[in-house]
Design a protein around this ligand. Structure first.
Ligand code: CUA
Length: 399
C-alpha cells in the first residue's frame, strides 16, 4: 500500500489537482482513462498472481533444519501443459488489452461516425477530406505551434492568433493541428485529453471536446530544453454565445491608448482600431508630448519604442507586428503570463487585476527568474529591469 501511494504521489495522480487526468471532462479524456484503468487492473491481476506465486514458493520451499540429510527432490525439465497455458494466457490477456486499445485509437482519430458528436461535427468525413466546403465550420480548427517555451494558438478559420491561453466552445468538437517549428514539444490538456507530440515536419493532430465550461490547465509533455517545466498553457471553455462574443471582440484587435480616435473623414466616417492606432503612431512620432500623459499612453510609448517590445510581439490593429514572441492582443484578458507560470485567476475563474499588474511587472523586468534561458531576457536583458526605474507602471500594458 505504501509503495502504491508513493507511486501515485510521484506520478502526480491526484484526483483533485487542475492537471489530473483521473478527472476527465471530455470524451477523449474519458476514453483514455477507461483504457488506463483496464490496463491497470489487468496488470495488477498479473502482478498479484506472479508476486503471490513467488512469495508462496519462497516460503513453501525455504531452507529448513535437517534439509541436507534429505534426498534430492525429483528434477523435472519443463511441463508442456504449463508452458502452453502460460503462452495461451499471455496471448489472451494481450488480446483483452489490444481490442479496446485499437477501439480507442479509432475513437481518438474521429473515425466511428455513429457517435453523436461525430454525426454533428462530421469529423470523420472532415478528416477523410470529403466534407463540403460550406460544412467545414462544423469543426473548429486551432493550429498549435510549440515554441521554446510557449504556445501559439492560431484560429485559421477566424483569421487571428493568440498565445498561451485559448478559448473554445463547450460541447463542440475542436481539431488541433500540431505544428512544430523548433524542437519537439507535446500538447497535453489532462482533463480533456492528449497527449500528442508536436514534431517539426510532421502533421500531427488530435480532436478534443469539453463537457463543462471552465479554465483548464495544459502542459508541454515532452522535454524541450531548460524551461520545459515552465511551458504551460490554459484553455478557457465557454458557452457558444460567449465564444462568439469573444471572437467578435478579439477580431477588432486592441483599442488605441486612452480612447484615442482618428478624425473621421468623408471616405472613412467610422475609424477602426487600426485607423486610431495609425493616427496615434503618427502623432506619437511627431509630437509625443501632445498625447495625454496617462499610464496607458506611457505604456504604449514604451511598448512601441525603438528596439522595445514591438520588435518581437504583435498586438492586432496596432503598429506592433513582431513575430518572435507571443501575440499579446487582449493580453489583459488572459489569467496568466509567462505561459502559465505567473497566475492571476481567482477561485471563481475571474481575473485578479492587482495580481495581474504585479505579475506583468515581475515578468517583464525579471523574466530570467521565472523562465531560465528565455529569449526575451537575453535580447533585452537589463534594459527591461531599467524600465521600472523610470517610474513606469506596467498595469497599462495589459490594456
Ligand atoms: Cu515544450 Cu517541453
Amino acid at each position: 500500500a505504501g509503495f502504491l501511494a508513493l507511486s501515485l504521489g510521484l506520478a502526480g495522480c491526484s484526483f483533485t489537482t487542475p492537471q489530473s487526468s483521473l478527472d476527465p471532462k471530455g470524451p477523449v479524456a474519458r476514453e483514455q482513462l477507461d483504457l488506463f484503468y483496464l490496463t491497470v487492473w489487468v496488470c495488477l491481476g498479473i502482478f498479484i498472481l506472479v508476486g503471490g506465486a513467488l512469495v508462496w514458493v519462497v516460503i513453501r520451499f525455504r531452507e529448513r533444519p535437517g534439509d541436507d540429510a534429505k534426498p534430492m527432490p525429483s528434477q523435472g525439465h519443463g511441463n508442456p501443459m504449463i508452458e502452453i497455458g502460460l503462452i495461451g494466457g499471455s496471448i489472451f490477456l494481450l488480446v483483452i488489452i489490444a481490442i479496446p486499445t485499437l477501439r480507442a485509437i479509432w475513437f481518438t482519430q474521429g473515425l466511428p461516425e455513429d457517435k453523436p458528436y461525430y454525426e454533428e461535427s462530421k469529423l470523420g468525413t472532415y478528416i477523410k477530406g470529403e466534407l463540403a466546403p460550406e460544412e467545414k465550420d462544423n469543426v473548429l480548427e486551432i493550429n498549435v505551434y510549440g515554441w521554446q517555451w510557449w504556445f501559439a494558438f492560431e484560429y485559421p478559420q477566424l483569421g487571428f492568433t493568440t498565445a498561451n491561453e485559448f478559448v473554445m466552445p463547450v460541447g463542440k468538437v475542436v481539431k488541433f493541428n500540431l505544428k512544430g517549428r523548433d524542437v519537439i514539444h507535446s500538447f497535453w490538456l489532462p482533463k480533456l485529453g492528449g497527449k500528442v507530440d508536436i514534431i517539426p515536419g510532421r502533421k500531427n493532430w488530435l480532436w478534443l471536446m469539453a463537457d463543462e465550461e471552465g479554465y483548464y490547465f495544459g502542459q508541454c509533455a515532452e522535454y524541450c530544453g531548460a524551461a520545459h517545466a515552465y511551458m504551460l498553457f490554459r484553455a478557457e471553455v465557454v458557452s457558444e454565445d460567449k465564444f462568439n462574443e469573444w471572437v467578435a471582440d478579439y477580431k477588432q484587435g486592441a483599442a488605441a491608448p486612452s480612447g484615442f480616435t482618428a478624425k473621421p473623414t468623408a471616405e472613412n466616417p467610422h475609424p477602426t482600431n487600426q485607423d486610431n492606432w495609425t493616427a496615434w503612431a503618427k502623432q506619437n512620432a511627431q509630437d509625443p508630448q501632445s498625447l495625454p500623459q496617462d499610464d496607458a499612453t506611457k505604456g504604449a510609448q514604451v511598448f512601441m519604442g525603438k528596439g522595445k517590445c514591438i520588435v518581437c510581439h504583435t498586438i492586432d490593429s496596432s503598429p506592433a507586428g513582431g513575430t518572435i514572441g507571443p501575440n499579446l492582443t487582449k493580453l489583459g484578458q488572459r489569467k496568466s503570463v509567462a505561459a502559465g507560470i505567473l497566475n492571476h485567476y481567482t477561485e471563481d475563474g475571474g481575473l485578479d487585476e492587482a495580481k495581474q499588474a504585479e505579475n506583468l511587472l515581475n515578468w517583464v523586468a525579471y523574466s530570467h527568474r521565472y523562465k531560465p534561458d528565455n529569449i526575451m531576457y537575453y535580447q533585452m536583458g537589463a534594459g527591461l529591469a531599467d524600465l521600472q526605474y523610470q517610474g513606469l507602471t506596467y498595469a497599462d500594458l495589459s490594456k
